[in-house]
Ligand binder design. Sequence first.
Ligand code: ZN
Length: 305
Amino acid sequence: MRATRFLITTALLGGLAAPASAKIRVVSSLDDFASIAGAVGGDNVETVALAKGYQDPHFVDPKPSFILQLSRANLLIAAGLELEIGYLPPLIDQSRNADIHPGGKGYLDASVGCDILQRPTQQVTRAMGDVHPFGNPHYWLDPENGRMIARSIAAKLSELDPGHSAAYSANLAAFEAKLTAKETEWRSLMAPYSGTKIVTFHNSWPNFAKAFSLVVAGHIEPKPGIPPTPSHTLEIINLIIAEKIPLMLVEPYFDTKTPKYIAGKTGATVLTFYPSVGGTPEIKDYFSLFDHDINLLVSAMKGKS
Ligand SMILES: [Zn+2]
């Protein structure tokens, strides 16, 4: 009996302490961070994301398996800025893994160092809807922020696993070189549509719009997290007509009833626009996320000219 208990304890400790030969276990809130961590970590890490790319990243249904994954994690990567406030803090508590608490050595807030837009300058109240008090948390949709996230992950992996820091540096350099080349390609594809006004369902796209010189003129949600209302929908219809707005971008987890109604009144095109890796099977990594969305937007705009 005594021996059995000793064995179980050793196995648990071994699992938590990650022996030198084991891979670094990375859990991220979003598939986007898992993709970047996989590129930077290579063979020395294993990654898993809690949210699926087709789910609303603000509202993830916690599963018991998440607690197990978090209990075994060496590194937790979160978007921060309160994107995950609705589900992640209790899961961290229940994981009983002190390393991955905010401030712990195994916690990485991916927003640090990124260009964060729309930081509120006034007190945030419930009347403003689901406004995030530290700025817009959908910042990974600017590829330059993807670069910052990759650098933060490489630095953190080197800290947790210094024996492989040369590999992390080399992988980061390869990721950045590919990103630089892809950014040139994406910018040239988007250049003809610079200054195009768009309406988006949720306020997910300010960083994307900034990166590719689009202008977000309005949102189908009257306030963040608040479903469409008839009066606001009428305002959006009038705005689209007055400003000749060609496109509405709708995240895959929203009902398209209102966007389609607005399209019927205005002629604007509804595009299902994916904010995360894994939103559809062809969006298999951080690069194909931009490939997919940019190709969709460019084809829709070509159809209009
Ligand atoms: Zn949001």
